[in-house]
Design a protein around this ligand. Structure first.
Ligand code: TIU
Length: 253
């Protein structure tokens, strides 16, 4: 709210104040400190994308655990994600939450996905948090710590990448978004797939390392290295502190 008021003040004065124009130029040239090099951004064309922070991946009894994983390994992402989400809300960034899951009749789930892993309890079956990876079930919900607020966009995706069979690209283009701050789980699966899809569509992605998590510590490490290798082949890697510090510069004291 505070920032919306600030923005409208800027708009009211921009036609007759060089000083305020100076402020606007500053806002357009913020920098995220990151590897492999710093990334310039404009908060007005930056969105936060929080990938699949759902009970199915972070809580016992969900899809992640049914796949044989220790879901507690993802929980240290929650607090850093909260910090980035809080500052993004204050700055007034577009905020997008994604959820992996399927229609009740599973008509949007490929046979290959339904049968993968030969699971005893798999996608669509009844588990401790309702039907596994099905929209509307308790396991499909975003964890309470990161619940979307009114006005935030939720993208329900049937695949690992957030651009596949969704209107995410259409929404981002309509809102003139160029830079994505990407948080969520898991690093080498849905986060990577989404970043690769975004990169090919022309978006610049920055990943705060402590805001993404994997069930496999070695994949976390290598997954982050892969993003920033070769001059930032898929994007940039930073951390929640550096990202929140850079975003904070867009707030009036
Ligand atoms: N299994 C695994 O690591 N991840 C997924 O199946 N989905 C997401 O990453 N969201």
């Amino acid at each position: 709210m505070q920032v919306l008021a600030y923005r409208s003040t800027v708009l009211n004065y921009k036609s007759d104040s060089h000083l305020v124009w100076g402020v606007i130029l500053d806002q357009a040239n913020n920098t995220f400190t990151a590897e492999p090099y710093d990334l310039k951004f404009d908060y007005r064309s930056t969105a936060l994308v929080v990938i699949d922070m759902q009970r199915d991946f972070l809580e016992p009894g969900g899809f992640g655990e049914l796949l044989g994983n220790d879901v507690s390994l993802l929980r240290n992402t929650i607090e850093p994600c909260q910090k980035v989400l809080n500052i993004a809300r204050k700055v007034g960034l577009i905020i997008i939450h994604t959820r992996e899951g399927h229609r009740e009749d599973l008509s949007d789930a490929p046979h290959s996905k339904l049968t993968r892993g030969n699971l005893k309890t798999g996608i669509g079956d009844l588990g401790p948090m309702g039907r596994v990876l099905v929209r509307g079930e308790p396991g499909h919900e975003i964890i309470s710590e990161l619940s979307p607020t009114k006005g935030e966009i939720i993208i329900d995706k049937p695949g690992k990448g957030a651009f596949y069979q969704t209107d995410l690209d259409f929404i981002l283009k309509n809102k003139s978004i160029k830079t994505l701050i990407v948080c969520g789980v898991t690093t080498e699966v849905c986060v990577h797939t989404t970043i690769r899809q975004a990169n090919d569509r022309g978006y610049e992605c920055i990943v705060p390392a402590d805001c993404v998590g994997s069930y496999f510590p070695e994949f976390q490490k290598i997954g982050l290295e892969m993003i920033k290798a070769q001059g930032g082949i898929f994007g940039w890697v930073s951390d929640s502190k550096r990202v929140t510090d850079a975003l904070s510069k867009n707030l009036l004291n």
